[in-house]
Design a protein around this ligand. Structure first.
Ligand SMILES: [Ca+2]
Ligand SMILES: [Ca+2]
Length: 138
């Protein structure tokens, strides 16, 4: 991949993933509420899985249908890595999965594009970008 006229292999390399925003539908697929009592709004959380292992979690404020995440996750990626961005409603006992973006594998083309966003039929969405850690300092 090429950054500022310098071209290097895309893998292995450190990348950072930023979640710019997420949207959670008003109810679950079966029509029930995210949180009881009183049909509370969900508590957005992003779990990042690499090759099936959880490698990072980002939490937003509680009780929101849309959220953004200030922190970024840094990951070392090798060729053929499977990346999953899982949007959840954080719960006391067990978090509820809302929706996930899967990249199997995460390709150099996708990284060059920089966009890891995806959207579900039910209206859930994750807007995410991936960039080389340190950006133009390479
Ligand atoms: Ca819940
Ligand atoms: Ca919750």
């Amino acid at each position: 991949m090429c950054i500022d006229d310098r071209c290097e292999d895309a893998f292995p390399r450190f990348y950072q993933i930023e979640i710019s925003s997420v949207t959670i539908p008003q109810g679950k697929l079966d029509g029930s509420c995210w949180d009881e009592p009183s049909c509370g709004a969900p508590d957005p959380e992003i779990e990042i899985q690499l090759n099936g292992d959880t490698v990072g979690e980002l939490e937003a404020s509680d009780d929101m249908f849309t959220a953004s995440f200030a922190d970024a996750i840094e990951l070392q990626l090798i060729a053929g890595s499977r990346l999953r961005l899982q949007l959840e409603d954080e719960d006391t006992v067990r978090d509820e999965e809302v929706f996930a973006c899967n990249f199997d594998p995460l390709t150099a083309e996708r990284i060059r594009d920089g966009d890891l966003s995806c959207i579900s039929d039910s209206g859930a969405s994750i807007e995410a970008i991936i960039s080389v850690r340190g950006g133009s300092d390479l």
